[in-house]
Design a protein around this ligand. Structure first.
Ligand code: AMP
Length: 249
């Protein structure tokens, strides 16, 4: 069974982004970029599946500009077997990514497609769900445990009230949550090996999908500054303030 893992290049989670002066977007020039952390978990899970005999091949796929190849090389260093770069310099919104990934799914016919539950730049949490719908596949989002056996995947997932376990018929889409695993450190020998693994490039325009943005950003602004707190001498004063000033009691 092939496993396809989607990996997105995003601003590194340690970077504090700044809003551009004209309020149109955040400024990401000269900031460190990395693989979306949920996608690292996705690649790790796929590689573990292969190591335990549950998968035969792990394919990493990324959509975006030339620099996405660095992200794909990281996926190959974690242990993916090959990579596909869908090349475009256009702005990609989740629906466009889902359509591009679906084109690859139709071509590669993986038994399992793993995505992150969300990308930490747009926090959209949409692509996996849209891909499942477009490809007519069952989906389990926010996976905290994944087992594959025969033509089924058993997925434990986190929901508001606690946990839920789903049985999905493969091929299926799974999106990763933080508790699924702890990705391994990428070692230097594996980084070297990754340079020789196959990386195919496909022009997004060749996949015949409508990538036009459906959403328009009106304005980007910094969150309001948080005011200074006050110290209260005792619980009674705290309760009083919650009643009279904060009006939450
Ligand atoms: P989002 O719906 O934007 O929060 O993204 C959810 C997941 O979709 C990410 O964690 C990735 O696995 C995948 N994804 C989103 N954008 C891309 C992209 N440009 N290339 C590859 N995968 C992507």
């Amino acid at each position: 069974m092939k496993v396809l893992v989607a990996v997105k290049r995003v601003v590194d989670y340690n970077v504090k982004v700044r809003v551009r002066g004209d309020g149109t977007d955040v400024d990401i020039s000269n900031v460190k970029m990395s693989m979306n952390p949920f996608d690292e978990i996705g690649v790790e899970e796929a590689v573990r599946l292969k190591e335990s005999g549950g998968a035969s091949e792990v394919i990493a796929v990324s959509c975006g500009p030339a620099q996405c190849q660095e992200t794909l090389r990281t996926a190959l260093a974690i242990g993916a077997d090959r990579a596909i770069h869908i090349v475009t310099d256009e702005e990609l919104q989740p629906l466009a990514v889902a359509k591009l990934l679906n084109a690859i799914v139709q071509e590669e016919r993986p038994g399992l497609v793993i995505l992150g539950k969300q990308a930490i730049d747009d926090d959209a949490n949409q692509t996996g769900q849209m891909l499942a719908a477009l490809g007519g596949m069952p989906q389990a989002t926010f996976a905290s445990k994944l087992e594959v056996g025969g033509d089924k995947a058993i997925v434990s997932r986190e929901v508001d009230g606690g946990g839920e376990t789903l049985s999905l018929k493969l091929p299926a889409v799974v999106t990763t949550d933080l508790r699924l695993n702890e990705p391994r450190y990428v070692t230097l020998p594996n980084i070297m090996k990754a340079k020789k693994k196959p990386l195919a490039t496909i022009e997004a325009s060749e996949l015949g999908v409508d990538m036009r943005p459906r959403l328009r950003t009106l304005k980007v602004a910094e969150p309001a500054m948080r005011g200074a707190g006050v110290k209260v001498p005792d619980v009674r004063t705290l309760v009083e303030k919650l009643k009279t000033e904060a009006k939450v009691l």
